[in-house]
Every structure is written in structure tokens, then in C-alpha cells.
Design a protein around this ligand. Structure first.
Ligand code: PLP
Length: 229
């Protein structure tokens, strides 16, 4: 059985470079998060051996199990990117370096309280429901600034930026329309908060649109690890 993970990583990195160049951006300002949800630990190890160090997981228990199994690879940065019930927040606070899907004060407050004293603050992004979809998680744009003000008192969370999963479409102009709204919000936050440096947008199907609109972190699963069953 051949494994294409190393090749896929090279291809995705090349695509990021190419898109950055086309939009006059420096590819070094675009981080690649490899989304390993549902994939076995052995796939993560293959990506690690190919030089990759940042991984995203969607399901708390699955993520925590993988982190425990890979404790010896202690330079991995682990990102939680899925929906989180507040009763599972401790597992995220204790195991992950980043949490991309904060969409209410309660979750951030719990992460702040549950973050171990010896650990650095957990980096968080606020998830925005950028297309106002009724079934999708995330804050509406007009709720963002009030939440950011509330978060200022928390010292064990570091608010690094914004995340969104826009409405599913293969049409690039529609992808761009969603991402441009994110770029406007992100710029407004950066005016007010100096530590804001992360715009977490772009997945396998909309990577180039996201980079054109200023993404600083793309979350790529399928294009690296193959389709999920
Ligand atoms: C699964 C997932 C991804 C990766 O999606 P692909 O289309 O496989 O690249 C990115 N972000 C989130 C929040 C996800 O749940």
C-alpha cells in the first residue's frame, strides 16, 4: 500500500505558494493546519515525518486520544476546530494549544478557568456564522465586538483571530463574497486588538479564494489525508 500523504502535503504547500504569489502575498504569512479528524494516528505520524507540525481535530475525545498517543512528538501544535459542548471544555483546555470555534463567552470563560496554571494561555479564534446560516455554529457579525470586550478580562485565553466555515459552494465568486466579509471584520478587529493575527479560513475546496481574501491559516483535511468515510 502506498501512502500519498507526504506528496499531498507538498502539493498543498505548492498551491498555497502559488495562490499567495497570485495575490501578491507572502506565503510565509499563511499557515497550514492539517485536519486529521477521523484519520488514524499513523497518518498523523506520516505527516509529521514529512515535516508537518500543526494538526486540527474536530471531536474532543478522538483528539485527546490521539494527543495522548503522540505525547512523544512534543513539538506538535494541536488545534481544536469542532463544535464544543461546555461540559467537555476541560479536555480542550488541558490538551490543545488552540481552539478555533469559540462562539460564546461561557466557553471562553471555562477554558480560562480550566487552563492549567503551568500552561501558556490557550489561543482562541472566534467562530463567525458569516452567511447567517440557521444551522451553522458561530456568532453573527454584529455580536463580535461585544464578545471581544467581554473577553478582555480573561488572562488564560489569548484571542488570536476569527474563524469561519462559509456556506458550501463551488462557485469561487460566492466563496470570495463570504471571505471578503470575514476580511472586513478581521481588519476592524486588528484596529482594536494588537494581538489579532489569525484569520482561519479556507478548506480543501475553497483554499484559493480564502488566500486571495487574506487567510492566514488554512485548515486542510481531504487534500492531505484523502476523503473521509
Ligand atoms: C473537516 C474540517 C476542515 C477540513 O475540511 P476539508 O474539506 O477536508 O479540507 C476544516 N475546517 C473544519 C472546521 C472542519 O470541520
Amino acid at each position: 500500500m502506498t501512502n500519498h500523504i507526504a506528496e499531498n502535503l507538498m502539493a498543498v504547500r505548492a498551491q498555497i505558494k502559488q495562490c499567495a504569489k497570485q495575490s501578491g502575498r507572502d506565503a510565509n504569512n499563511i499557515k497550514l493546519l492539517a485536519v486529521s479528524k477521523t484519520k488514524p494516528v499513523s497518518d498523523i505520524v506520516l505527516a509529521y515525518e514529512a515535516g508537518h507540525r500543526s494538526f486540527g481535530e474536530n471531536y474532543v475525545q478522538e483528539g485527546v486520544d490521539k494527543i495522548a498517543g503522540l505525547k512523544h512528538l512534543n513539538d506538535i501544535s494541536w488545534h481544536f476546530i469542532g463544535p464544543l459542548q461546555s461540559n467537555k471544555s476541560r479536555l480542550v483546555a488541558e490538551n490543545f494549544d488552540w481552539m478555533h470555534s469559540v462562539d460564546r463567552f461561557k466557553i471562553a470563560k471555562r477554558l480560562n478557568e480550566q487552563r492549567p496554571a503551568f500552561a501558556k494561555p490557550i489561543n482562541i479564534c472566534i467562530q463567525i456564522n458569516i452567511d447567517d446560516e440557521p444551522t451553522k455554529a458561530g456568532l453573527l457579525a454584529q455580536q463580535l465586538m461585544p464578545l471581544l470586550s467581554e473577553l478582555e478580562v480573561l488572562d488564560k485565553v489569548c484571542v488570536r483571530g476569527l474563524m469561519a466555515i462559509p456556506k458550501a459552494t463551488k462557485v469561487k465568486s460566492e466563496q470570495m463574497a463570504s471571505f471578503e466579509k470575514m476580511a472586513v471584520l478581521f481588519a476592524a478587529c486588528q484596529q482594536k486588538y494588537s494581538q489579532f493575527d489569525t484569520l482561519s479560513i479556507g478548506m480543501s475546496g475553497d483554499l484559493s479564494a480564502a488566500i486571495e481574501c487574506g487567510s492566514t491559516m488554512v485548515r486542510i483535511g481531504t487534500a492531505i489525508f484523502g476523503a473521509r468515510t
